[in-house]
Design a protein around this ligand. Structure first.
Ligand code: GLY
Length: 392
């Protein structure tokens, strides 16, 4: 033992006492996440039923929502991940308190966002605690999610709005609801959940993608023929553009569907999307995508931290399903993304940034809404990705 310590001391002295100190970016960022999440929870304590959405820096105002907003499950999910990392009972209690504000969305049949709302909150709760009451919430939600599935079209309808423009709109984001359905299938064995999830994934694969594997944001289906009658964008730069967050919702969704079914066609789709984005000439060196890969203003336009966080999380999981050279490619991109997001350019100073963890997200740029601001979903996928990277 004495000899070992002596040897370490000698190496240290001979190398000039300056061995490089590795940046523990995961530990640092998870500490910021904990501080911000606790501050946010304290702030929201006086606003019953409200959940964080974003922050308006010029007014120093935290923008909240009720549970119906698609983002309501993300803050409880952040609390569960922070609890998982720090193993602090206080964080568990906060997660339970804030997810209770979302629970009624288990009956949501008014849009497709139930997967985000319930799986990011109660899905993590059940994963970490195995509490049967959380399982019941997941199963009720999975059942609700099947209600928006049309058998002859083979897809879950996203929105009921704008019926004059879209008969049966399905957005690429909808791929993110399939994990809830697949959990419903695995927990009950009821093939309805599997049927809905696999049909949705297959129909999306067929109609939502261009030959280069980029995807449209909105595809609307003719309710008589069951075929697309419109392919548009809602939040992207233009109909044929490569809206960054839409691409990474698709990537993440097919990674999940490969994990849940083992079908190679989903793995191939995920690999093709990942390669398109990583090799795209408009992907910056620091791997934080512009809000739209096709934005005419590049490089003089906004980056989207949320797209980077979602992509990093998906790439880390995907790296576990591919050969060594792709694995290295995906992990090196995810690592750059997480390290960049852990710099002061993106990571908040505790106590600032409306108690959100990340800065610089883009919600809906064409509408001038939520541009260069924190977004609760950027925080969620960032902490998820950090913990996935830590587990490697
Ligand atoms: N699902 C909405 C969004 O990604 O902005």
């Amino acid at each position: 033992m004495k000899n070992t310590i002596f040897a370490i001391l000698m190496v240290w002295l001979l190398t000039g006492c300056s061995a490089p100190v590795q940046d523990d970016f995961i530990g640092r960022s998870m500490d910021v996440a904990k501080q911000q999440a606790v501050l946010m929870a304290e702030y929201l304590n006086k606003y019953p039923d409200r959940l964080p959405r974003t922050y308006n820096p010029s007014l120093d105002s935290i923008i909240t929502s009720n549970s119906k907003w698609w983002c309501s499950g993300f803050f409880p999910g952040v609390l569960w991940y922070v609890y998982e990392h720090h193993n602090d009972e206080n964080l568990k209690q906060l997660a339970e308190t804030y997810q209770a504000r979302v629970e009624k969305e288990k009956y949501n049949t008014y849009d497709h966002d139930i997967g985000f709302q319930i799986y990011c909150s109660f899905g993590n709760a059940f994963r970490l605690t195995k509490d049967e009451t959380y399982k019941d919430v997941i199963l009720t939600a999975a059942h609700s999610a099947t209600k928006r599935f049309n058998e002859s079209i083979g897809l879950i309808k996203s929105w009921d709005s704008r019926p004059n423009k879209w008969q049966y709109p399905v957005i690429i984001d909808n791929m993110m609801n399939l994990e809830l359905l697949m959990r419903g299938f695995h927990l009950t064995g009821d093939s309805l959940y599997y049927h809905v999830a696999v049909n949705h994934a297959d129909s999306t694969l067929k109609h939502h993608f261009r030959p280069d594997y980029s995807s449209y944001h909105v595809v609307s289906y003719d309710t008589l023929s069951g075929l697309p009658h419109a392919k548009n964008t809602h939040q992207g730069a233009f109909d044929e553009s490569i809206w960054a967050r839409g691409q990474v919702w698709g990537l993440y969704g097919y990674v999940v569907m490969y994990r849940e079914t083992g079908y190679e066609r989903y793995l191939d789709q995920a690999v093709n999307i990942a390669n398109l984005l990583i090799d795209h000439p408009n992907m910056p060196e620091d791997k934080i995508p512009y809000w739209d890969f096709s934005a005419k203003e590049i490089p003089n336009t906004n980056r989207d931290a949320s797209a980077a966080a979602i992509m990093a999380s998906a790439l880390i999981e995907l790296s576990g399903y591919v050969d060594t050279s792709l694995k290295e490619k995906y992990l090196s991109v995810a690592e750059i993304q997480l390290k960049t997001l852990s710099t002061p350019e993106y990571l908040a100073e505790p106590g600032s940034n409306g108690f959100f963890i990340l800065k610089r997200g883009v919600g809906h740029l064409p509408a001038g809404s939520e541009v260069d601001v924190p977004l609760t979903y950027a925080d969620y996928y960032f902490v998820e990705a950090l913990l996935r990277f830590k587990r490697l």
